[in-house]
Each structure stands twice: as C-alpha cells, then as structure tokens.
Design a protein around this ligand. Structure first.
Ligand code: BJW
Length: 218
C-alpha cells in the first residue's frame, strides 16, 4: 500500500471473525429483535432493564472476544502510514486491543455509561446509579441521536485530507457514518458481500476482512 494519508471506516463486519454478531446479517443481532425496540432512547425510556440486559450481555461477548487478523493488520497499517485515522462505527474495543491508537468511535463505547441527570460519563462495571443519584444509560449513540460532534468533525476532516479511504465491513445503510464514503478521494470497499455503497466505490474487494487486510500489508 503506497498511500501516505489513509482513513478507514469500519463496521460490525470487521469484528465478525472475532465472534461478535453483526447487526443485519442473517445471524445478526436484529434478526431476533427489531432495531427500534432496542437501539432508541424511546426503547430505553420504556424498559431500561431490558435494554441494560441486552447491553450487559453484549459487554460479556465483547470482553470474551479477541482481536482478529483484520484488526491486527489495521494496527500495523497505522504504524507504517504517516497519516492514518481509524474511524469506527463499532462500540467494541477490539481495535484498541489490537494496538490501534488513533481511533474515532462514531457510535460511542459499549463499556461506558452516561448519567441521564448530570451527563457524567464513566467506564467499567456499571454501578446501580450515578454518584449524583441519577439513572445511567449506555454510552452509545442510538437512532435519532446526534453523533459526538468533536468526533464527527474529526472523522470528516480525516477523510477529506486522505488520499485513500477504506470502507470495511459495514452495510453502509446507517447515516451519517455511511455518508463519509462520498467524501473520500479514492474509496475502496472490503466486505464479505456487495453493499448499499458498492456502486459508488472506486474498487471493491470481496471477502472476509480478516483475510483481505493481512494480504494488503504483506
Ligand atoms: C463482513 C464480514 C467479514 C460480515 N468481513 N465484512 C438519511 C436517510 C435515512 C435515515 C437517516 C438519514 N440520516 C440519518 C438517518 C436516521 C438514522 C439512519 O441512518 N437510519 C437508517 C438505518 C435508515 N441515523 C441516525 O439516527 C443517526 N443519528 C442521526 O442521524 O442524528 C441526527 C441528529 C442530528 C442532530 C441532533 C439530533 C439528531 C444515529 C445512528 C446511530 C446508529 N447506532 C447503532 C447502534 C449503536 C449502539 C449499539 O451497538 O447498540 O450503531 S445502529 C447499528 O448500525 C450500530 C452500527 O454501528 C450501525 C452500522 O451497522 P454496520 O456496522 O454497518 O453493521 P451491519 O450489520 O449493518 O453490516 C455488517 C456488514 O459486515 C455487512 O455488510 C456484512 O456483509 C459485512 N461482513 N462479516 C467483511 N468477515
């Protein structure tokens, strides 16, 4: 890979080979549940315990998972390429655990919680309530919620200033994240199947990211 300035947008597919279910594939999380029933502020307001159960279970799945060769190859790219930004829609921490340092989490982190009363964020095991007595919610971005503005701005800038954007393991149906693909100068998709974004790509590499990414750096 010759580019000196690279941005990467990852989605759930990059963690699939680590055993973390994607959202919309055949065995994805939302074959069993409808998105609006779980990933919205309204769903949390209706039944916070149900939503917390879902996130507590997913926290356990992520904690037990290990980074796969795709995550490791992206961390190696960061070490080799002078300007490299990894933008992820994933709420897991597998990029960091693989060694990636410059990671922008567009949709938050499954390991954080935020107080509905004082907005304080905390990481780690979930206490019953915030120190201020307020109720806690998962520190992720649900449908209808704005992405963290600083993170979103940094992601747009990174893509605009890159020679190459790799779009990896995302169905490309969730906005505004999917819109980053339109900002790239040269855009290459890596995915197990064609996606909503494939038509607008300069190149598509079809197959598992855990196999294609290590080949790219070899
Ligand atoms: C492999 C593989 C392997 C498998 N190798 N590949 C424009 C048009 C229409 C609607 C909208 C629009 N703009 C905004 C909206 C509304 C909405 C939206 O996009 N809706 C669409 C679904 C219709 N967007 C929002 O609401 C966003 N907020 C917003 O717009 O705010 C506006 C606002 C502004 C100011 C004030 C207030 C509001 C927020 C979106 C938040 C998304 N949140 C979730 C949940 C996060 C928490 C959690 O994890 O529980 O984020 S939804 C879910 O989807 C999650 C993911 O990050 C996201 C994307 O999914 P992803 O990663 O693409 O996964 P999959 O499963 O879809 O795809 C997996 C892919 O991997 C597949 O392609 C496979 O082929 C591939 N794959 N194995 C390579 N081994």
């Amino acid at each position: 890979m010759q580019a000196r300035s690279v941005a990467v947008l990852t989605g759930a597919g990059v963690s699939a080979e680590s055993g973390i279910p994607t959202f919309r594939d055949n065995n994805g999380l939302w074959r069993q549940f409808r998105a609006e029933q779980l990933a919205t502020p309204e769903a949390f307001a209706r039944d916070p315990e149900l939503i917390w159960k879902w996130y507590d279970w997913r926290r356990e799945v992520v904690a037990a998972a290990q980074p796969n060769p795709g995550h490791l190859a992206l961390a190696e790219m960061e070490r080799r390429i002078p300007q490299f930004t990894l933008i992820t829609q994933n709420v897991d921490d597998l990029h960091e655990r693989a060694g990636s340092r410059n990671v922008l989490h567009l949709h938050g982190s499954i390991f954080t919680q935020r107080c509905l009363q004082c907005s304080r964020e905390s990481t780690g095991p979930r206490p019953q309530q915030c120190e201020c007595g307020g109720k806690l919610r998962p520190g992720v971005v649900w449908f209808g919620e704005a992405l963290p503005p600083g993170v979103w701005h940094a992601a747009e800038e990174a893509v605009r200033h890159s020679d190459l954007l790799l779009v990896i393991g995302t169905s490309g149906v969730v906005y505004p994240a999917a819109g980053l693909a339109r900002l790239g100068k040269r855009v290459v998709e890596i995915n197990a199947t064609p996606t909503a974004l494939s038509d607008q790509m300069d190149e598509t590499l079809e197959g598992p990211s855990g196999e294609i990414l290590p080949r790219l750096i070899a």
